[in-house]
Design a protein around this ligand. Structure first.
Ligand code: ADP
Length: 396
């Protein structure tokens, strides 16, 4: 079956058309500046990227343009829409309601709307994509795949915050976790590489992209994860602070005469490696600055690696051991230097990084020595493929 995977943001839309039998990408692309002017990058498999600037006043128009591209005589990859069997949508927040992917119905849409309180930018954007697809591809089965669903197996002790219980009972304030599709995909791949049943494994997945999170996966289930009610908690990220003393929020608010939301904006968009280094949110730029002797940039990268290592320690304790640690996403897949910096803290676990094998970028590989007590891996994530797999499983 050919599955269209849609990842809709407030002004952008990523898409992939995936052949589920071969698990290959037939075409992929990105619509940007929706509602502003419009920019399209479309790439049929094996061909060059095609860039254009069609007007995209809204998401429906953008999806119409995507359909035109996919069915285009010259650069298209299908004869007509009839060849597409289903659409899989990435939805960020599924609250406690959605413990796995599901077929989209009116009821599901209503419940996703209710989960929007915790993802006020992302969930409405996801639903705009769903509605636009429903209008343009009526009758086609659609599936919602949630970033939070994989983490719904976390035990209460892992998801409760130490605040009055009523905020959980009445308002659902708890750890939800994100990047679930990626953590699930990478843990499954890790088990495959190790040639073992995932049920017998304790895996720590480090998803290190611009947004970043670590998950403890025991027996194939998420038992703890570093992001919380929102994606702000946990690791130091590109622009997000990650964990901090909540009292800092009041301090910054008073000092800068800002509201709580304005301070949260600083913690989300002006903090992390960007805020610490003053250089960039892109790790390549910060590493280049460090190489030129920028000490503040070096301190930011040290703090970053140290925080990841602390989470690995915590999750080893949470699972009473660890068999494998997998690195994924932009930085985890490509940055051997940061992987090495993190692994330098892990000697107490009996891990041994193989520096030759660690020289790997964007490929699945074991990067530890044969003697290492814990297997270290680089595993490229593929959230779109995971969405396509879930979609097919529900539609068939
Ligand atoms: P997201 O999906 O959260 O935007 P990605 O997983 O695409 O993020 O990761 C993007 C980040 O990966 C970039 O900010 C960049 O800093 C980092 N990155 C990509 N390649 C490298 C590399 N070779 N070295 C260091 N960092 C890299």
């Amino acid at each position: 079956m050919k599955v269209l995977v849609i990842n809709c943001g407030s002004s952008s839309l990523k898409y992939q058309l995936i052949d589920s039998e071969t698990e290959s990408v037939l075409a992929k692309g990105l619509c940007e500046r929706i509602g502003i002017d419009g920019a399209l990058t479309h790439q049929p498999a094996g061909k060059d990227k095609i860039k254009s600037t069609p007007a995209m006043p809204d998401h429906k128009t953008a999806i119409g343009i995507v359909i035109d591209q996919l069915t285009d005589k010259e650069n298209g990859v299908v004869e007509s829409l009839d060849e597409i069997g289903a659409v899989g949508h990435r939805i960020v927040h599924g609250g406690e309601k959605f413990t796995k992917s599901c077929l989209i119905t009116d009821e599901v849409i209503k419940e996703v709307e209710e989960c929007s309180v915790f993802a006020p930018l992302h969930n409405p954007a996801g639903l705009i994509g769903v509605r636009a697809c429903q209008e343009l591809m009526p009758g086609l089965p659609m599936v919602a795949v949630f970033d939070t669903a994989f983490h719904q197996t976390m035990p209460e002790k892992a998801f409760l915050y130490g605040i009055p219980r009523k905020y959980y009972d009445e308002d659902g304030i708890r750890r939800y976790g994100f990047h679930g599709t990626s953590h699930q995909f990478v843990s499954l791949e890790t088990a495959k590489v190790l040639g073992k049943d995932i049920k017998d494994l304790k895996i720590i997945v480090c998803h290190l992209g611009n947004g970043a999170s670590v998950t403890a996966v025991k027996g194939g289930e998420s038992v703890d994860t570093s992001m919380g009610l929102t994606p702000l908690e946990g690791l130091i990220m590109g622009t997000r602070s990650g964990d901090l003393d909540p009292a800092i929020i009041e301090f910054i608010a008073n000092k800068e005469n800002k509201t709580a939301s304005e301070v949260l904006n600083i913690l989300n968009k002006e903090s992390g490696v960007y805020g610490l280094s003053g250089v960039s949110s892109d790790f390549r730029d910060v590493k280049a600055a460090r190489a030129e002797g920028n000490k503040v940039a070096a301190a930011a990268l040290d703090a970053y690696a140290y925080r990841v290592a602390k989470y690995i320690g915590a999750y080893t304790a949470a699972m009473n051991g660890v068999d494998a640690i997998a690195f994924t996403a932009g930085l985890g897949e490509n940055d051997d230097i940061t992987r090495k910096a993190i692994c330098e803290y892990l000697g107490y676990l009996g891990t041994e990084l193989d520096e030759v094998k660690n020289d790997v970028h964007g490929e699945t590989a074991i990067i530890s020595t044969d003697d290492s007590k814990v297997t270290l891996l680089c595993v490229p994530t593929n959230e779109e493929l995971m969405i396509a797999r879930d979609t097919v499983a529900l539609v068939k």
